[in-house]
Structures are given as structure tokens and as C-alpha cells.
Design a protein around this ligand. Structure first.
Ligand code: PMP
Ligand code: GLN
Length: 378
């Protein structure tokens, strides 16, 4: 048949996890924790099931969860979103992003993505009939280049997608970055899709600069996050989108027909668990310790470490270790050394190979130590 997505195969995360399983490798490829979530969260969901919360919730999400999300955003970023008209619970960030894109991108609209970018963005835009406009982040540092973004804006630009903390580079946008974006977009009607799934993983006393903090951005933004990352439950696939009423109205028109709503007991459990802010307030320190443990071990290898300011990823330059390209190196590392990683080329449309691969350190300390012992042999 004629394919709608000719350039798309199976995602690199699925491919590398399958190879890791086949080879019995330590899987530092696909981003997910290998430790369990807080048992209190499991209890809260179980209890919701036992209490009979097992039928459709409201299309927009369980009210108590939307209220808890609004309270969290207000506490951290000082902007009050109305749970009734501005917050929608989604089946993970993945569904939030595609739904936002389908809701606002019309055939022929241009949408700016900053490369490297998460692998779902480009196919999402193509499915909406939009034209993808790729703007590179600064080579080497992965910082936004506002001159290049400005040059990419045209009267047909409908939206720009940003992601901070950033997957795969682990950079974090500063307040100045967000102010620069706000200023750049001020004279335009360009919409913003702000992927903030790693919002609670920012290190070294830096702060997450949510689009919610910047009125000129918040007014045009779909802000997307995911409980999978924050509460170590990637398999539950629950996230949310916060957006002004006009954007939320459009979002919900699509949402009601692509999933209608999201599973009920998990929403009730999350709502109860969120009453205590400690788990998300403690997350930066939790992951910073893992990042430091992992980086310290990597110092014993010949990899050159890139900074990891946020997210649960650590990128390394492989050029002193191997002559292979990124994708071949990751296959080899998985099969022969027993550690899976993700090639950065998977986050570029043209497969750009800069000899950098990504490890995920959301793992038990013992898993990280096993991987480090193997990597130290290189
Ligand atoms: N955006 C980014 C940048 C991600 O890394 C991920 C998860 N890997 C997602 C979106 C999707 O999140 P979810 O699992 O909640 O759909
Ligand atoms: N977002 C995760 C990553 O970057 C993977 C999610 C997925 O497998 N689609 O590793």
C-alpha cells in the first residue's frame, strides 16, 4: 500500500531494547527506570480500583487530578491554570503531543522543530499534513540558536516545539533562553508546544523554566508533562497538557476522538499521591546522585562526557573509544560489551552522526555499577 510515513520504521528505543534483551545486555538505551515506584502509589491505585473507580472518567480527566496538577503548576511556577478549562489528562506525553499537533496544524502549515529532537515530533507533524522545518541546536553545546530560529519563522509558521530538559542532550533552557523565545514570538501568532516531561529532573541548583512562568509564552502554549517520568511509572502512560481555554477547546475536540479519556483508577491514585509534594520535590536530588555516580564511573573510561544538566540521560563522545559510527557502535556495544545505548543520529532527520551516544541512568545503583564495570574494559 502507499505509505503515509515512508521514512518511519520501528523506533530506535524498541529496536535497542529488543537487542539488549536478546543479548542479555544491561539496558541503558530506552529511557525507563529499572526500579519500582513508591508502593504508596500502587496502594492508592489499587484502592481506587477496589472502591469501584473502574468506569469512564470525565473526558477531560478526573477532576481531583486536574486540580492537583493545577496546584502543582501554581506552586512551582506561579501561574494558576483553571482545571475545568485549561487542564486535560492524557495517555502519556506522547498522546498529548500528537493531539496538540493534530488540533492546530493544518495542511501546509510549517512547524519548527529543534534538532536533535524526540522521535515522535516529525511523524506527528507529517500526519497532520504540516511541513517540518528543522532548525539545528548549536552543534556541540545543543543550546538554542535564536538567530537560526528567527530566520526559520515565516508567515506560514504555525507552531514551534521545544523540549527542556532536553532528550537526548540533557541540556536545560535558562530563564534567558525562555525570555529570548518569548521576545521572538511576541510579534507573531506562532503557537508553542513545550515538552516538559523531565521538568522535575534538573540538577546543580538550576531551575526548570516552564513556559508557564512566561506570560507571553503561556498564552500561546500547550505545556506537556508525564507522570511516567516523575513517578517512575512509564508503563502507566498518563500525562497532561495545560493550555489556555481557546487552545484547550481545540485540543479536546481531537482528544475525545483519539482516546476519549484515560484510565480511571490510575488517575484517582495519582490525584491522592500528588497531595504530598515531597516525591516530585525530592526527584532532582534523587537523580543528581545517580548522575554523579554514573559520571564518576565513566571518568574511568575513554568516553568523553558531555554535560548532563537535566533529564535522566548522559551523552558521551565515542571517538576515542571506537572508529565505528554511532548506530554500529551501539549495536556492537550491546552485543559484545553487554551495554545498550542509543545513537544520537536517531534524533536527526538526516541521520547526522557526530560520534555521540546516549545512556539512561534511571537505573538501580547496582545496574549502573555493572554497566560501568563493562564499559571500563573499553
Ligand atoms: N517527550 C520526550 C522528550 C520523551 O523523552 C518522552 C518519553 N521517552 C515522551 C515525550 C513521551 O512520554 P510518555 O511516555 O509519557 O508518552
Ligand atoms: N522517551 C524514551 C526515550 O527517549 C523512550 C520512550 C519510547 O520507547 N517510546 O528513551
Amino acid at each position: 500500500i502507499q505509505t503515509k510515513l515512508p521514512a518511519v520504521g520501528t523506533t530506535i528505543f524498541t529496536v535497542m531494547s529488543a537487542l539488549a534483551a536478546e543479548k542479555g545486555a544491561v539496558n541503558l538505551g530506552q529511557g525507563f527506570p529499572d526500579f519500582d515506584c513508591d508502593p504508596r502509589l500502587v496502594d492508592a491505585v489499587t484502592e481506587a480500583m477496589q472502591r469501584g473507580f473502574n468506569q469512564y472518567p470525565p473526558m477531560t480527566g478526573v477532576p481531583a487530578l486536574r486540580e492537583a496538577i493545577a496546584a502543582k503548576i501554581e506552586r512551582l511556577h506561579g501561574r494558576r491554570y483553571d482545571p475545568a478549562s485549561e487542564i486535560t489528562v492524557t495517555a502519556g506525553a506522547t498522546q498529548a503531543i500528537i493531539t496538540a499537533i493534530l488540533a492546530v496544524v493544518r495542511p501546509g502549515d510549517e512547524v519548527i522543530v529543534l534538532e536533535p529532537c524526540y522521535d515522535s515530533y516529525v511523524p506527528n507533524i507529517e500526519l497532520a499534513g504540516g511541513t517540518v522545518v528543522r532548525v539545528p541546536l548549536t552543534p556541540g553545546t545543543f543550546r538554542p540558536d535564536f538567530g537560526k530560529i528567527a530566520a526559520a519563522l515565516t508567515p506560514r509558521t504555525r507552531a514551534i516545539l521545544i523540549n527542556t530538559p532536553h532528550n537526548p542532550s540533557a541540556t536545560v533552557w535558562t530563564r534567558e533562553d525562555m525570555l529570548a523565545l518569548q521576545e521572538l514570538l511576541a510579534p507573531t501568532e506562532v503557537l508553542l508546544i513545550s515538552d516538559e516531561v523531565y521538568e522535575h529532573m534538573v540538577f546543580d541548583a538550576q531551575e526548570h523554566q516552564s513556559a508557564a512562568r512566561f506570560p507571553g509564552l503561556a498564552a500561546r502554549a500547550f505545556i506537556v508533562s508525564s507522570f511516567g517520568k516523575t513517578y517512575h511509572v512509564t508503563g502507566w502512560k498518563v500525562g497532561y497538557v495545560a493550555a489556555p481555554p481557546t487552545l484547550t477547546t481545540e485540543f479536546r475536540k481531537v482528544h475525545q476522538f483519539n482516546v476519549f479519556t484515560v484510565n480511571t483508577p490510575v488517575q484517582h491514585g495519582l490525584a491522592r499521591y500528588m497531595a504530598d509534594p515531597a516525591p516530585y520535590l525530592e526527584l532532582p536530588a534523587f537523580y543528581q546522585r545517580k548522575r554523579d555516580l554514573f559520571r564518576e564511573g565513566l571518568q574511568r573510561t575513554r568516553f568523553k562526557l558531555l554535560p548532563s544538566e537535566g533529564s535522566y540521560f548522559q551523552c558521551v563522545d565515542i571517538s576515542a573509544v571506537s572508529d565505528l559510527g554511532e548506530a554500529d557502535f551501539c549495536q556492537w556495544l550491546t552485543a559484545e560489551i553487554g551495554v545498550a545505548a542509543i545513537p544520537l543520529s536517531a534524533f536527526y532527520g538526516d541521520g547526522f552522526d557526530q560520534r555521540v551516544v546516549r545512556f539512561c541512568f534511571a537505573k538501580k545503583d547496582e545496574t549502573l555499577r555493572t554497566a560501568l564495570d563493562r564499559l571500563a574494559r573499553l
